[in-house]
Design a protein. Structure first.
Length: 231
């Protein structure tokens, strides 16, 4: 039995069909036949076990994977890589194969916190991609690492200049600006007041900000007045 067969067997041993049926509805971009149905805590434990067994490095070379859970395992393994250059290399190899928002959003390598300057260069490359989930990942990393002490106003411009017809890109843009409104209000509010985002994304950013516990009641009321009517 090869490593791929071994890991697939261990994944199916953890299968929860009820969870599979529920979770598949949340990911319309993934064929249900490619979802095994493994709950995230069990999947994370398996990832740790495989890492201890030393099997994960071989697994990272087995692209593309067949199952959604295999892709998530791949993402968990990348998160644990402690060498920045290797982590980015593996990530760039994997991103073109990501086909859903959940796998895309789960990858947040800890090593990135120690390499903020170099990471910005990678993010710019991801934002310039033509791949839906590579762009989404770039926005997510910009939101995760550069809306606090490392914030620069130009990062808001990077995201606002993205124009896409893709739902999963525009939803992440909206999420980014809703978070920016909570963390960098004075800079972010201008983009909403001046309606610099596409109408759908603009309104979705307002919606998510209004739903946030980090936005004051006064700002929520003000943001509601800034919604745009779509034709």
């Amino acid at each position: 039995m090869n490593i791929e067969q071994d890991i697939q067997g261990r994944l199916f041993a953890l299968q929860d069909l009820e969870y599979r049926n529920f979770h598949s509805r949340l990911m319309p971009t993934v064929d249900k036949e490619h979802i095994i149905g493994v709950r995230t805590p069990a999947l994370r434990k398996l990832a740790k076990d495989l890492a201890k067994e030393g099997q994960y490095m071989q697994f990272l070379d087995l692209l593309p994977h067949k199952y959604y859970e295999e892709n998530n395992l791949h993402g968990f393994f990348i998160e644990g890589i402690r060498d920045y250059a290797d982590c980015v290399k593996r990530l760039n190899e994997f991103l073109p194969f990501v086909d859903n928002w959940a796998t895309c959003d789960l990858m947040s390598p800890k090593i990135f916190k120690k390499h903020k300057k170099e990471l910005l260069t990678e993010i710019q490359g991801w934002l310039a991609s033509e791949d839906i989930y590579t762009i989404r990942y770039g926005i997510n990393m910009l939101m995760t690492h550069y809306l606090d002490e490392d914030f620069q106003e130009e990062y808001l411009q990077w995201v606002s200049k993205l124009h896409s017809q893709e739902y999963y890109v525009n939803m992440m843009i909206a999420w980014y600006f809703a978070t920016a409104l909570a963390k960098q209000r004075e800079s972010a509010i201008i983009y909403i007041e001046e309606k610099r985002l596409e109408p759908w994304t603009h309104n979705k950013a307002i919606q998510k900000a209004v739903e946030s516990l980090r936005i004051s009641p006064e700002d929520k009321a003000y943001l509601k007045t800034l919604k745009v009517r779509r034709q």
